[in-house]
Write a protein that binds this ligand. Structure first.
Ligand SMILES: NC(=O)c1ccc[n+]([C@@H]2O[C@H](COP(=O)([O-])OP(=O)(O)OC[C@H]3O[C@@H](n4cnc5c(N)ncnc54)[C@H](OP(=O)(O)O)[C@@H]3O)[C@@H](O)[C@H]2O)c1
Length: 239
């Protein structure tokens, strides 16, 4: 069976990806910052022999290199860059810290390191594991709020981190075409996780719906789609 490595696998969309790929029989390397307190993920690992939990903070580049070294010689069919932050929590108490006029640059720094640098560093560290695999896919969970043409939100830090992620990954897609690696960005839709504001929970879809849609897209991707940006329901998102 194929192997997928998922970052931020202990809750939200990452946990749901872990649940669904494990149920489908895949080998899953589920990375999270604090395995000791990742109760839902550990329970899942108890049920699936091919699910391995690894400690990983995507802001820690040395730890990423160490993990890639430990997996040296093992193939990874899909690298799934899922880990991300929107800013400090609780969300509704800190929104103005990424608005024009009241910008907190430490928040922006944290969001960029996590959402933009993290996926690129993961891709640099694991590119050979993916290149040696059968499916050869690098997927990053972006957001439609990174789309300049389609969405406007006041949250400068989060939106710009996803716009930058998209730009980075379109460059990487071009670089990796010669290795036959497919690089793609997906938007999960507004999904009920910690990231959703309490005030708009009623508009959110369930992680199950989002991840079911994204898995379908991932399975249908070919080199011809490399560099694409797609919503969980299959719609192409404008840049
Ligand atoms: N939910 C939505 O509506 C929505 C919409 C568009 C895009 N997205 C994207 O979907 C992805 C998953 O988000 P989610 O909605 O599932 O939110 P979530 O429930 O907050 O999950 C985020 C995950 O990322 C992990 N993470 C954060 N910083 C990390 C770091 N430095 N190193 C490793 N892991 C880290 C978190 O770990 P901890 O538990 O340790 O904090 C958590 O497991 C993100 O990239 C997000 O931007 C979500």
């Amino acid at each position: 069976m194929p192997t997928i490595l998922i970052t931020g696998a202990n809750q939200g969309i990452g946990l749901e990806f872990t649940r669904q790929y494990s149920a489908a029989g895949w080998s899953v390397v589920a990375c999270c910052r604090t395995p000791d307190t990742a109760d839902a993920l550990q329970a899942l690992a108890g049920d699936h022999a091919r699910l391995t939990v690894e400690r990983l903070d995507v802001k820690d580049h040395d730890a990423i290199d160490d993990l890639a070294d430990r997996y040296s010689g093992q193939t990874i069919d899909i690298l799934l860059n899922n880990a991300g932050i929107v800013g400090p929590y609780p969300l509704d108490d800190h929104l103005e810290r990424q608005h024009f006029g009241t910008m907190d640059y430490a928040v922006w720094d944290d969001v960029l390191h996590t959402n933009t640098f993290g996926p690129l560093k993961m891709t640099e560290a694991f590119v050979n594991h993916v290149a040696a695999s059968e499916q050869k896919k690098i997927i990053s969970i972006s957001s439609s709020v990174g789309s300049i043409s389609e969405v406007t939100i006041p949250g400068i830090a989060y939106a710009s981190s996803k716009t930058a992620l998209n730009r980075v990954m379109t460059i990487v897609a071009r670089e990796l075409k010669e290795k036959s690696i497919i690089v793609a960005m997906l938007c999960p839709g507004y999904t009920r996780t910690r990231m959703v504001s309490e005030n708009s929970l009623q508009y959110a879809i369930e992680p199950d719906t989002s991840v079911t849609g994204m898995r379908k897209i991932i399975s249908s991707l070919t080199l011809a789609n490399s560099g694409s940006f797609t919503r969980y329901n299959g719609d192409t998102i404008g840049w």
